[in-house]
Design a protein around this ligand. Structure first.
Ligand code: T1G
Length: 694
């Protein structure tokens, strides 16, 4: 049939096999090949049934996302599914791997479906800012019932083969997809089974006819989980039409809702983020084919908040770790906190009831740094001071085996200086996890001056293995994320002197889509940390210092920039703070002014973007999209806005450069002037995205 689809007849069964690595996505060539394959099978009188299956690691994983935004090519996926559903001979979809999006929609157009027991199925289009656009919102409710269908489509999560069988999306679990598919097809022929079309079967809809609240509940739950996203709400509406519109009309409604999302800003940003995440795991500047080292054994030094969270990340991925402390007391405390965390998650149904014991069983507590001796990867997560880290790495160097990768979890210290404490700087790098390390997905992989390419690739591979999102960054104060956060924080702090209150500044960012603003974040992390650091460095910050001098360290003391009611983490504006700010600025002779939300947003965002441009100039980040991934996965940047650099391109670099120059003069802060790279791109009318293409 074609390079990517072939059809072979085995007795009375024609097998149409798609072979289009890496995930058999439904490109134009694949769609055409399937139609040609099915038509050839129909034309062959010896063929009594057809199996559609895939070579490689998975059944079709969806429409080809790389084709989005380009002129559509025939046949459309709708046309392909119509050919399949109206085929005069029974068609069986034989599923392995992950049948996702358009792949599952195509399988639902088949008359029967079999799947291997490891297979998963799903309609994850909402994660791309879309909804199933090839009949999935109508056929899935008819296969599994509207309740499960709306949950799967609005949430975008996969279900396994066993659940799919139980729900009615799959007819049989088979050992191997091709043989199993053929055997099932032979049974269909022998038993003269009908050409069963989901579009004609409303039996599972009747039960839900009365209760449309499943759709509004699903939409509300999605909105709570992902504030501001349009796709989940549209998806819930599309599925609801399975109950109140005839099939063909509901398909038209689905198409309209899909097209609106496809052409909208949010999906463009979410599709960009999908590819940016995968791009970030590609390490630039290493010899082609550089392989990572084998990691069979992992040791973590430090059972504190970060070390414990990192150990849990490994245990969650089923990887055993040795957790090392300096004494039994510290170890016991650390293990106790992890046990408590797991038990709390299990109690609220987040993990199976037997998971805490299983996962804690993978964490072996040991006392003494000599216990790193068998580890292929050692992650240091001790107290964040250079002196202690240098001492620890000196000791690691004595006991670690040859070729072990030595990672520090430092969030800003200079890793070149830490590496210099060892005789093996080529094995030293940073793995900067974000707190809570067992929850946050971002892991900045910090490349030091002498880090060997294969050590870097090892860290990226292991980060992916523990379901983290790795981004390779260079050594500087704050690497990428925290360095940009500092640029934003500086402006946020200034606003309090100039005339705004914490709640006004924070509200501008939460309205933008961030999970919280800088002052609520400070209260969460603890204001005393920054206060101690300023004191160590002899830096004064009159308002922040006055707040700490009043013993207001944030949530931990019930008061910080906000006040907190007992047992609540909700930040409440505190007139005490307004008074403190007014008194402090009055003493300094500052005349405060009204500041607009627009100015606050620009002066929080644009200096961050400027810092991102500096980070690119200094090659601390490999590409603009890596910076975006850092913010999406490390700071909760709203995915429907793509990331700070994607957002900058959508605002326009000329506007950003002009506003930065304006604010540099207005606030007499030359550091706000646009950095040369930003100025150059702005003058040339270019975007940050153009750098990646360059
Ligand atoms: N189209 C094009 N390329 C894709 C792709 C897709 N659908 N899915 C993955 N890739 C590429 C990916 O960029 C990477 O490329 C490589 O495959 C391996 O991916 C009409 C409109 C299938 C679970 O949303 O969830 O159907 O970096 O690194 O970790 O209603 O890929 O190697 O060059 O992620 O093993 C709906 C998206 C589309 C599924 C495999 N489908 N993909 O995970 O590998 S919209 C999806 C995934 C749609 C219809 C609508 C995952 C995976 P490169 P990977 P993985």
């Amino acid at each position: 049939m074609s390079q990517v689809v072939k059809m072979e007849r085995h007795d009375a069964v024609a097998v149409v096999t798609i072979d289009s690595p890496p995930v058999n996505a439904l490109s134009a060539a694949v769609r055409k090949g399937i139609v040609d394959g099915v038509n050839a099978a129909v034309a062959d009188p010896a063929v009594k049934a057809i199996v559609i299956t895939c070579a490689g690691r998975t059944f079709i994983a969806g429409a080809d996302i790389t084709e989005f935004g380009k002129p559509p090519q025939s046949p459309s996926l709708h046309d392909v599914i119509d050919v399949i559903e109206n085929c005069p001979k029974p068609i069986v979809a034989a599923i392995h791997g992950t049948a996702l999006g358009g792949g599952l929609e195509l399988a639902l157009g088949c008359h029967y479906r079999v799947a291997t027991k490891e297979a998963k199925i799903g309609l994850p289009e909402v994660k791309l800012g879309l909804l199933p656009g090839a009949g999935g919102t109508q056929r899935l409710p008819r296969a599994v019932g509207p309740e499960l269908a709306v949950k799967m489509i609005v949430g975008g999560d996969f279900i396994g083969a066993a659940e799919a069988l139980k729900a009615g999306a799959v007819d049989e679990i088979v050992d191997a997809q091709v043989a199993g598919g053929e055997a099932f097809a032979k049974k269909v022929i022998a038993d003269k089974k009908p050409l069963r079309k989901l579009r004609d079967d409303d039996s599972k809809l009747a039960a839900a006819k009365a209760d449309k609240s499943i759709f509004t509940n699903a939409a509300a739950a999605a909105n709570k989980k992902n504030r501001g996203l349009e796709a989940p709400l549209a998806a819930a509406e599309a599925v609801s039409h399975s109950l109140d519109q005839p099939f063909d009309q509901a398909i038209k409604s689905e198409r309209e809702l899909f097209t609106k999302l496809m052409n909208g800003e949010q999906s463009k940003a979410q599709r960009y983020a999908f590819f940016a995440e995968r791009e970030a795991a590609k390490v630039a500047g290493v010899p082609d084919g550089t392989k990572g080292r084998d990691v069979k054994s992992v040791a973590i030094i430090g059972a504190g908040t970060m070390g414990g969270g990192i150990a849990m990340s490994f245990a969650n991925a089923g990887i055993p770790v040795t957790l090392i402390e300096t004494g039994d007391e510290q170890l016991k405390r650390g293990l106790g906190i992890m046990q408590k965390n797991y038990d709390a998650t299990a109690a609220r149904g987040g993990i199976p009831a037997d998971a805490p014991a299983k996962r804690m069983g993978l964490i072996k507590g040991m006392v003494g740094i000599e216990n790193v001796k068998d580890a292929d990867l050692i992650i240091e997560a001790v107290f964040e001071t250079m002196a202690i880290k240098k001492e620890v790495f000196g000791k690691i160097d004595q006991f670690a085996k040859k070729g072990a990768v030595l990672a520090t979890n430092t969030s800003y210290l200079n890793i070149n200086d830490i590496a210099a404490m060892t005789k093996r700087p080529q094995d030293v790098l940073g793995m900067h996890f974000f707190s809570p390390a067992n929850v946050m997905k971002l892991c900045e992989i910090v490349r030091a001056e002498k880090t060997a390419p294969d050590a870097l690739v090892t860290a990226v591979n292991i980060a992916k293995k523990i379901a983290k999102v790795p981004v390779v960054v260079g050594v500087c104060d704050g690497f990428v994320g925290n360095r940009m956060l500092a640029a934003r924080g500086k402006q946020a702090e200034k606003f309090l002197f100039e005339g705004a209150l914490p709640q006004q500044v924070d509200a501008v960012l939460t309205k933008f889509g961030m999970p919280m603003g800088p002052f609520a974040m400070g209260d969460l992390a603890g204001l005393d940390i920054g206060w101690r650091s300023r004191q160590d460095r002899g830096i004064k910050s009159e308002i922040a210092d006055a707040i700490c001098e009043a013993g207001r360290f944030g949530q931990k003391t019930g008061k910080g920039y906000y006040k907190y009611e007992a047992g609540s983490r909700a930040p409440l504006p505190d007139p005490e703070i307004e008074k403190l700010i007014e008194e402090t600025t009055a003493k300094m002779g500052i005349k405060r002014r009204q500041i607009s939300d627009d100015e606050i947003l620009e002066r929080l965002m644009y200096p961050m973007i400027n810092e991102g441009a500096r980070i690119l100039e200094e090659k601390i980040a490999q590409r603009p999209s890596d910076i975006d991934i850092t913010w999406l996965y490390g700071y909760g940047w709203p995915v429907y806005r793509g990331g700070p650099m994607f957002y900058a391109d959508s605002v326009g670099l000329k506007k950003i450069a002009d506003r930065l120059s304006f604010y540099a003069k207005q606030t007499n802060d030359p550091t706000l002037e646009p950095t040369p790279l930003l100025k150059k791109l702005a003058d040339e009318g270019k975007t940050f995205a153009s750098l990646a293409k360059g």
